[in-house]
Design a protein around this ligand. Structure first.
Ligand code: ARG
Length: 460
C-alpha cells in the first residue's frame, strides 16, 4: 500500500512505480529507519501525543520486526521505499495503532534522519578499518627503520631515504583521512527529525528526547534546511575520495616497486595473479583494481555534488539519488581497505636491491653541496661545483662514493677526507636529523608521534 493514495482517482502506472521506488537500494536503511521510528514512537508516548500503551505496542512490534529481518524471516520487498515498508508491516501486525506512528513526522525528516544515522555508523566503521591499516603500516615501519631506499622526485632518483620514513608518509595521509572523517562526523551528528515535511510540526513533540534516544549530539535549527541538506553525504564521499586517492597512490608505488625494473618489493603469490597467455607473469591485479576503483568513488562524489546544486528549497525527489552514491562509495572503500591491509601484510622488501638503487643515480649530490656550504662556500656556487663533479662521474663512469679524495680536491680545496663518508647513502640518510627527516632518530620519533595521534583519536 502507498502512503499517499487518498488524493488520487487513478492507480499509478507500474512503470511509474518502478521508476519512483527506492526500496531496491534504501532497504539498507532498515536498521536505522526502525531505530528512528522506535525513538519517535517512545517520544510520542512520553509526550502523550499518542497513548503510552499504544506507543509501547508500536515500539515492541518494531523491535520484533527488526529481529525478524535480522533472522531472515521478514523479506524487505513490495513497497515504494523502506519507510513505507516498515509502516505497512507495522500496520499489518497491529492494525490501526500502527497507523499512528507517522504522527508529527514526514518521510522528509525521516529519511534525512535515517541517512545521518547511517553515515555516523559508517564513519565509525571506516575509521576502525583505517586504524587497522595504520597499525599494519606502523609494524612495517618499525621493522624497517635501518633500511634505506632511493627517494624520488619527478620519478628520478633524488635523495636516499629510510624505508620506514617512506611507509610513515602513508600513515600521515591515512591519519589525515581519519581526522577528516572524524571532523565530518560532528556535522553529521545533527538530528533533523521534528522538521516535518518542511515547516516543522504543530504537535508538542520533544525533539531533545528523540535526539538523546538516538544519540544525536545536536538537533537541527531550521526545518527548511534540515529536510533538504545533504552536505553531510557529499562530505562523507569527499572523505572517501581522499582516502581512495591515498590508497591509489600507494598502489601505484607498489605496482612500480614490485616490477622487474625496480624489484624493491615482492607481493606474495597469494595476492598476485597470472596471465592466461604469458606463463612467466605475476601481475599486481589487486593494487591495480584499487587504483581503478578510485574512479567510481570520485564519480559518486561528482554525482552527489551535481544533485545538490540544483535543489530549490526544500525537499525534492532528486535527493533520493543520495543513497546509491553513498552506498557505492562506502562499499568500494570498505572492500579496498580490507584487501589492501591484507596485501600489505603479505609483501616483503628486497632491502639489498633498495640499498643498491639508493647508491646509484648520484643521490647524495645534495650532501656534497651541503658539505661545501658548511665549509664556507655560498650554496649557489656549491651547487655548480657539485654539478661539475657529477658530470665528471658520468663521463668517467664513476659513482660519488667511488671517487678518490684528490679528484674531489681538484674541484675545490675545501674537500677533506670527511667527504668520502658524507657521500655514502646511509650517512646521508643519517645526517637528516631534522624533525620529519630521514635519520633513524627522526623516523623513530615519527613512528611515536603517529602512534600517539592515532591513540588520541580513538580515545575521544
Ligand atoms: N525515498 C524517498 C527519498 O529517499 C523518501 C522521502 C520521500 N519523500 C517525499 N516527499 N516523496 O528521498
Amino acid at each position: 500500500m502507498k502512503l499517499w493514495e487518498g488524493r488520487f482517482t487513478q492507480p499509478s502506472a507500474k512503470s511509474a512505480d518502478d521508476f519512483n521506488q527506492s526500496l531496491s537500494f534504501d532497504y539498507k536503511l532498515y536498521w536505522h529507519d526502525i531505530l528512528a521510528s522506535i525513538a519517535h514512537a517512545k517520544m510520542l508516548g512520553e509526550t502523550q501525543i499518542i497513548p503510552k500503551e499504544e506507543a509501547d505496542k508500536i515500539s515492541d512490534t518494531l523491535v520484533n520486526m527488526l529481529a525478524d529481518i535480522e533472522k531472515g524471516n521478514l523479506p524487505i520487498e513490495g513497497s515504494e521505499d523502506i519507510h513505507t515498508f516498515v509502516e505497512n508491516e507495522l500496520t499489518k501486525r497491529i492494525g490501526v495503532i500502527g497507523k499512528k506512528l507517522h504522527t508529527a513526522r514526514s518521510r522528509n525528516d525521516q529519511v534525512a534522519t535515517d541517512m545521518r544515522l547511517y553515515v555516523k555508523d559508517s564513519i565509525v566503521n571506516i575509521c576502525g578499518h583505517i586504524k587497522a591499516l595504520i597499525n599494519t603500516l606502523l609494524d612495517i615501519a618499525n621493522n624497517n627503520v635501518q633500511y634505506i631506499m632511493p627517494g624520488y622526485t619527478h620519478m628520478r632518483r633524488a635523495q636516499p631515504i629510510s624505508v620506514a620514513q617512506y611507509v610513515n608518509a602513508y600513515s600521515e595521509m591515512f591519519l589525515r583521512d581519519l581526522e577528516r572523517f572524524t571532523d565530518s562526523y560532528k556535522r553529521t551528528d545533527v538530528m533533523p527529525l521534528g522538521s516535518g515535511a518542511l515547516a516543522g510540526t504543530d504537535f508538542p513533540i520533544d525533539r531533545r528526547m528523540t535526539a538523546s534516544l538516538l544519540s544525536f549530539s545536536e538537533i537541527s535549527q531550521n526545518s527548511l534546511d534540515a529536510v533538504s541538506d545533504r552536505d553531510f553525504v557529499a562530505e562523507y564521499i569527499f572523505c572517501c575520495s581522499t582516502l581512495m586517492a591515498h590508497l591509489s597512490r600507494f598502489c601505484e608505488d607498489l605496482i612500480l616497486y614490485s616490477s622487474d625494473e625496480f624489484g624493491f618489493i615482492e607481493i606474495s603469490d597469494s595476492y598476485s595473479t597470472g596471465s592466461s597467455i604469458m606463463p612467466q607473469k605475476k601481475n599486481p591485479d589487486i593494487p591495480e583494481l584499487i587504483r581503478g576503483k578510485t574512479g567510481r568513488v570520485y564519480g559518486n562524489l561528482m554525482g552527489i555534488l551535481t544533485v545538490i546544486k540544483g535543489i530549490p528549497m526544500t525537499y525534492n525527489k532528486d535527493l533520493q539519488e543520495d543513497k546509491e552514491a553513498l552506498f557505492g562509495a562506502e562499499e568500494t572503500v570498505l572492500n579496498c581497505l580490507g584487501i589492501f591491509t591484507e596485501l600489505l601484510q603479505n609483501i616483503s622488501f628486497d632491502t639489498r636491491k633498495m640499498r643498491l638503487a639508493a647508491n646509484g643515480g648520484f643521490s647524495t649530490a645534495t650532501d656534497i653541496a651541503d658539505y661545501l656550504v658548511q665549509k664556507g662556500m655560498a650554496f649557489r656556487d656549491a651547487h655548480a661545483v657539485t654539478g661539475q663533479i657529477v658530470r665528471y662521474c658520468i663521463e668517467n663512469n664513476k659513482t660519488l662514493d667511488r671517487l678518490d679524495l684528490f679528484v674531489y680536491q681538484s674541484f675545490s680545496s675545501l674537500f677533506d677526507e670527511e667527504i668520502l663518508q658524507r657521500v655514502r647513502p646511509h650517512k646521508s640518510v643519517e645526517a637528516r636529523k631534522v624533525i620529519g627527516g630521514s635519520a633513524r632518530s627522526a623516523v623513530r620519533e615519527n613512528i611515536r608521534s603517529i602512534t600517539r595521534r592515532l591513540n588520541r583519536m580513538f580515545k575521544e
